[in-house]
Design a binder for this molecule. Structure first.
Ligand code: ADP
Ligand code: ZN
Length: 780
């Protein structure tokens, strides 16, 4: 007999362990009984037979480990550091495709004669045509590898497995548009159809209808179909929609001396653990450095993980990697179905490719022989996962690199203060790239004070004339407004009633394109009321403007300009089309939210306008200034990426704010100095470590009662190395019908935090739902 610990999502059951007649691989999936049911678990190390109770492992599903040993070590670290179960950590690493459903039902669908010997047992129990779950079959055949049999029988077409787990596996079908004829008189078309044709005719290949549905009505397209000009047909969206671009080839770039210097210094630590911070202004050529260093590791037979934030996974970025590395590259992004993702994962596991490129969760790529991890845009908050396990991909990257004695590079134009501080403390090695290649200058920045205006203007005359100049010169403009929708609230002018979300008690956004009110926290929506729900009046005031409102103004100001709006309301597949159209200069003005701040490099963009820089500044969070500085610097960096020189115009009501001032000067080090001093005064990171425990309940009274009890009886004593704020209502005090209170812990070391949390969780026995967030990105 062999005895194993098995990790279930809930954790490792404490009082028993599991036995098996044959040996099972460490990190393989197994089915084990728990409370009369079967569960999927991950097999961990062997146990010495002792006083524990034993249960037999029902079935081992994998002959080889699906989770390599170094990831199990990482999962243990995560469980300990983030206060989650090791099961949660391991299951976050397992591709969705391998999360099997033990309650899936089997039914016989094949012939009932000449059944292969090995499936005979299945036939015996399924032949009377009632579907049975695998769990229930197990009772009849305790000793058979039922799950594997069922899969084999399903593959051979004898049975059907009905899964209750929802895998995202359906091929995505979309309507595409194809041009059938272009030999007709364009001027004969009515205006609307001619406008639609203008958009369509530039596309050589069929393209998704969704790409233009914001600008062209369906009836208009139908009219073009009727005239035999276009055809609309359903088509499966290709798997690698984001990936391949036929005509991309590697640029021949001669690295400049700053780039060569950085590469030389980084390679001094070739094949050994060391954290390198690559601080390079936007467009300074960091990506070229990554590519060069990755090459070196591949040549040495090592594999590489390259993390970038989801929004920076742009077609442009992928093209660059694709043209440099082609088949060596596996891309893991959120647009893939579970099967597609699994296919990429397998290629890495089998060693068929050696670079994993992807967002946050790509840090769990099953690579062997890991030599290098790169975290681009390391400051990005999207590296932090906001559901359990609440890990930060960048921080895990450092841990995984250290465990594997691999090298790690963190890159950014606006490093996080945590990383910057680690450099100041001598923990990280720094490399500067302070100039753009070929001596392209950084853009000049102008800050416009909105307070002077008589009536508040969305787009000031200065910005208008700067845009007009680009339109005349046939150059392109990027405008940034980090708020989607039309306006941030709708309020009755007569009685003052604010339209609020029924679940969250906060104001809802007005979305003009769908004439809807939307809650940006829980996602609920309903049609815009024609009359005030409380006094029946007809007139409303509208809150702060979002992208839709800016777009409307632009169309009035620049009726001839081709304007493209990009935010999470316009579909995500638009990204490639946007990129193509920007590149082909079919767009004059690109308007968007933070989706457009990353990874875009268009030489013809000479003006970036920030409609309102205050949006992120007004968020009630201690990182508001840092976020604002980062956003402004990153968007500003989209301007002047070639010899034409660039200009940036920032509109703001807070022109003197240090975040805006330093962003205006593109002075990261100045900003970091001011901000670190500020954080130090308030005991915030990077000076102190932070954690928060969030308590939620649908009954406010009950919640308050418990919070009083926590306050009185269950908090540890404060010391110089541990500060406790709260319990107090969270800034968003109700979301999704749940009232929210939190306790914030500031500790001098991770150990102080850990002890305090253990103290609270053990001492404060409560039925309240609670969430522990270590190194939280937001305290909302
Ligand atoms: P970053 O990643 O720092 O934002 P990129 O690597 O994207 O910068 O470089 C910005 C632009 O400059 C890209 O178009 C890139 O091809 C180009 N570039 C980078 N290094 C050089 C170089 N040494 N010579 C010429 N062009 C370069
Ligand atoms: Zn809501």
């Amino acid at each position: 007999m062999f005895y194993y610990k098995v990790a279930l999502p809930l954790g490792i059951p404490r009082d028993f362990c599991y036995s098996s007649k044959s040996k099972i691989a460490y990190g393989a999936r197994v089915l084990v009984p728990l409370k009369g049911k079967l569960m999927l678990g991950i097999c961990l190390d062997e146990q010495a037979a002792g006083k524990l109770r034993y249960k037999p492992i029902a079935e081992a599903l994998d002959p080889e480990p699906v989770i390599p040993e170094d990831l199990i070590t990482l999962a243990e670290w995560m469980a300990n550091y983030y206060h989650c179960t090791i099961g949660k950590a391991l299951f976050a690493m397992l591709p969705a495709k391998l999360h099997i459903d033990v309650d899936s039902e089997l039914s016989w669908i094949g012939p009932i004669e000449e059944i292969p010997e090995e499936f005979q047992c299945l036939f015996e129990v399924l032949k009377n045509s009632t579907p049975k779950s695998i769990s229930s079959l197990r009772q009849s055949f305790p000793n058979l590898p039922l799950y594997q049999l069922a899969e084999a029988a399903a593959a051979a077409g004898f049975i059907k497995i009905t899964n209750k787990l929802r895998h995202r596996d359906k091929p995505k079908i979309q309507n595409y548009i194809k041009i059938v004829s272009s030999s007709f008189d364009e001027n004969s078309l009515p205006l609307k159809q001619r406008e639609a044709w203008e958009l369509i005719k530039t596309q050589i290949h069929p393209f998704p209808m969704a790409d233009i549905s914001n600008y062209v009505s369906y009836s208009c397209l139908k009219a073009l179909v009727k005239k035999g000009i276009i055809e609309i047909f359903p088509k499966e969206v290709p798997a690698a929609e984001l990936l391949k671009n036929a005509a991309s080839k590697a640029k021949n770039i001669v690295l400049n001396s700053a780039q060569q210097q950085a590469i030389k210094e980084i390679l001094e630590d070739f094949k050994q653990f060391r954290v390198h911070l690559l601080y390079g202004v936007t467009g300074s050529g960091k990506t070229e450095i990554y590519i060069e260093i990755i090459r070196k590791y591949l040549e040495a037979g090592k594999s590489v993980i390259f993390l970038i934030p989801e929004i920076a996974l742009t077609p442009q970025m992928l093209d660059r990697f694709d043209s440099s590395f082609g088949d060596e590259l596996a891309v893991l992004h959120s647009q893939l179905t579970d099967s597609q993702r699994f296919a990429q994962w397998q290629k890495l596991q089998k060693g068929e490719c050696h670079i994993a490129l992807g967002a946050r969760s790509a840090i769990f790529a099953p690579l062997k022989n890991l030599g290098l991890i790169i975290v681009d845009e390391e400051h990005e908050q999207s590296y932090k996962q906001d559901s359990i396990p609440r890990y930060n991909g960048r921080d895990l990257a450092i841990v995984r690199a250290r465990n594997n004695n691999a090298q790690i590079i963190l890159g950014s134009a606006t490093p996080s203060l945590e990383s910057w501080n680690n450099y100041l403390l001598g923990k990280y090695k720094i490399h500067y790239l302070l100039q753009r290649p070929l001596n392209y200058g950084l853009p000049s920045v102008k800050i416009l004070d909105l307070r002077d205006g008589e009536s508040p203007e969305l787009i000031t005359p200065e910005l208008i004339s700067a845009i007009a100049m680009r339109m005349e010169n046939k150059e392109q403009v990027i405008l940034f407004q980090n708020r989607r929708g039309y306006s941030s609230f709708v309020q009755c002018l007569k009685c003052g009633k604010l339209i609020t979300c029924p679940n969250c008690e906060i104001s809802m956004y007005y979305h003009r394109d769908r004439e809807e009110m939307q809650c940006h926290y829980c996602g609920s929506f309903f049609p815009v009321p024609r009359r005030c729900p409380s006094c029946n009046a007809f007139s409303f005031a509208y809150g702060a403007p979002g992208t839709q409102k800016v777009e409307q103004n632009l169309r009035i100001l620049f009726p001839m300009a081709k304007i493209l709006r990009l935010d999470s309301d316009s579909s995500r597949t638009n990204l490639r089309t946007m990129y193509q159209r920007m590149k082909n200069r079919e767009v004059d003005i690109l308007l968007g939210t933070q989706m457009i701040t990353k990874g875009l490099d268009f030489p013809n963009v000479t003006l970036v306008g920030i409609i309102n820089a205050d949006i992120s500044l007004n968020i009630p969070d201690f990182r508001a200034a840092e976020r604002t500085f980062q956003l402004l610097t990153q968007v500003a960096g989209r301007s002047g990426r070639a010899d034409k020189g660039g200009e940036v115009i920032i509109q703001t009501y807070n022109p003197e704010h240090y975040a805006i001032q330093f962003a205006g000067k593109q002075d990261f080090e100045g900003f970091a100095k001011a901000e670190i001093a500020f954080r130090k005064r308030l005991f915030y990171p990077p000076h102190y470590r932070l954690a928060r425990i969030l308590f939620q309940h649908n009954d406010l009274q009950e919640l308050c009662k418990e919070m009083n009890r926590l306050q009185k009886d269950a908090l540890p004593t404060q010391t110089e190395s541990l500060m406790i704020l709260g319990p107090s209502p969270a800034p968003f005090s109700k979301i999704n019908q749940l009232y929210r209170y939190h306790v914030i812990l500031k500790g001098k070391t991770p150990h102080d935090i850990k002890e305090a949390i253990a103290y609270i969780i053990e001492g404060f026995k409560t039925k309240l739902h609670h969430q522990i967030d270590i190194d939280p990105m937001m305290l909302m």
